[in-house]
Design a protein around this ligand. Sequence first.
Ligand code: ADP
Ligand code: ZN
Length: 525
Amino acid sequence: MTTVPADPMPRALTLLKQVWGYDAFRGVQGDIVRTVVDGENALVLMPTGGGKSLCYQLPSLLRPGVGIVVSPLIALMKDQVDTLRQLGVRAAFLNSTLSLQDTRDVESDLLAGNLDLLYVAPERLLLPRTLELLERVHVGLFAIDEAHCVSQWGHDFRPEYQGLRVLPERFPYIPRVALTATADDRTRADILNVLELRGARQFVSSFDRPNIQYRVANKEGPKTQLLDFIRAEHAGDAGIVYCLSRKSVEETAQWLVAQGIDAVPYHAGLSPRERGSAQDRFLNEEGVIVCATVAFGMGIDKPNVRFVAHLDLPKSMEGYYQETGRAGRDGLPSTAWMVYGLADVVNVRRMLASSDAPEEVKRVEAAKLDALLTYCEAATCRRQLLLAYFGEEYPQPCGNCDVCLNPPQVRDMTREAQMALSAAIRSGNRYGAAHLTDILLGRETEKVRAMNHHALPTFGVGAAHDEKTWRGVLRQLVSLGYLAAGEHHGLSATGKARGLLKGETTLVLREDTLVPRVSKRERER
Ligand code: ADP
Ligand code: ZN
């Protein structure tokens, strides 16, 4: 056992070089290491790729005893431990994937003081057996990784994490360092509360990724839009294309390959071998594009991913930030590119409304979706909005997002919004965007005649605008919560619409700058 020297930093820098081969700390890493080595608690908020691991790994080597790392990412533990072992660190893990014999071996190494770092899944840590074991050994620190999992408000709530309350109770004198890449104010408050970190030092790194250019466009022909984007800006570059379903992952990858682009699919429905080979190709070859569901990316550390494309909406701003954050870890210019359209907005809203999750959860999810949709519809700097969501103020427009580079036209569309809302209300709050557009434009379709909607006072009131304008207005009304999406994609006016209809509030919307190419499928909805 070693004793903590008066100034741990010279030794910290030596180990940083010897073990990891790094010449210097990055950002606040050094301050965090010093704090934790000194035995104080800490909360670390650092974006993905910022270098959080070092903030507990290095102190674990510098403090007497073993560092216990709580992590929910069981699938990644083996890799993390293997990597550490290759560096010469005595690391091990305990989770449900270990055989009984392996578990025994790890436990006896632990008892013999032969470990520097032990990764533990939260449910394993909370077993009486594990807690008793830890009371018998010398623990140097507890690192609680992915600490946002304690919060119901966080996007990744895990009930076991609330059980981590036992740490301050049973090990009050052992320092705790909680780390996360995502924490808005509420999540942060939950972490401080559950892990009793009030009064702990907080290290908040900027979440800004200045080299990433954020762009969101109206979805018109997603595959073609993607191909144009890749060809024009990222030919031969490595990238990730996120899709919602396994089916669209497959289709997109196949289609890109047919266009001569080196793309591979990745989703949970593929065999471990297929996934492994997709991942290997992506990591080890030049310019491979992975089309993936969100299952892909956790723990992937490829520095030169030049773009992340979303063909479907992420679930929340946290998800969007994490997924786009996989681009440009090397600091070179990269693009976060997304297309979304009316059908997507209607779909996610409807899925949320019809889910049988508890009301409380649905409310949280709806609020998260609202934030994301507001971001998508933004007519102001996207980076400012994104950072504001994480509680960070960005002083002026960034100059490196689509809104800054190509400001959208905005105008007062209160009257158009009123027309669209009354078309929905007068037709009974149950028709989809396509039919409402027909009513507004005054098109006597079969359905319009069958429903007698050509007799409505709103029939044809919007003929001064084209179809594209109305789809844009309807999409924004759904995104911004004036229209709710229900069964069969039917749209109904919400309580929020009342002020607008009465003329008490006004609405400024963006005029979509792109030429419409509404797909047949979308039109039929
Ligand atoms: P996070 O857990 O915050 O997502 P990681 O700990 O995985 O980030 O680190 C991200 C990348 O940064 C890794 O490739 C890591 O090797 C590298 N890294 C971390 N700290 C340093 C440093 N001080 N100098 C150079 N590279 C570093
Ligand atoms: Zn901007």
